[in-house]
Design a protein around this ligand. Sequence first.
Ligand code: 5GP
Ligand code: ZN
Length: 114
Amino acid sequence: MTNCLFCRIIAGEIPATRVYEDEHVIAFNDIAPQAPMHVLVVPKVHVATLNDLTPENDAVVGNMTRRAAAIAAERGYHASGFRTVFNCNADAGQAVFHIHMHLLGGRKLAWPPG
Ligand code: 5GP
Ligand code: ZN
């Protein structure tokens, strides 16, 4: 039993609209989408923040990145563009302390971000 929200989604204890899953990674729609495509790509291993990554996590983070690009391509956003974001700690607004890559697309995204 864990009180980590994303570990509980991975375990199936909390529902989510899953768009991809393999043994290392899951991806599901964000509950409060900020763009027409707003998917969270999440490693199955619990790592609280980017500060906690170790070399053992390199492969899964690489998988997450390639999976995000594949999901964007499936939805036709590979040429028009998309954004991937990891928020880390308070100033970036991290709210769930299990690392996740936001995958956003389907509209023009402002830069710099807020
Ligand atoms: P963070 O601010 O930690 O980078 O992003 C956390 C994200 O998780 C937010 O975009 C938020 O909308 C999303 N989120 C929070 N709770 C849930 C939930 O129960 N289900 C889903 N699918 N997304 C959630
Ligand atoms: Zn977790």
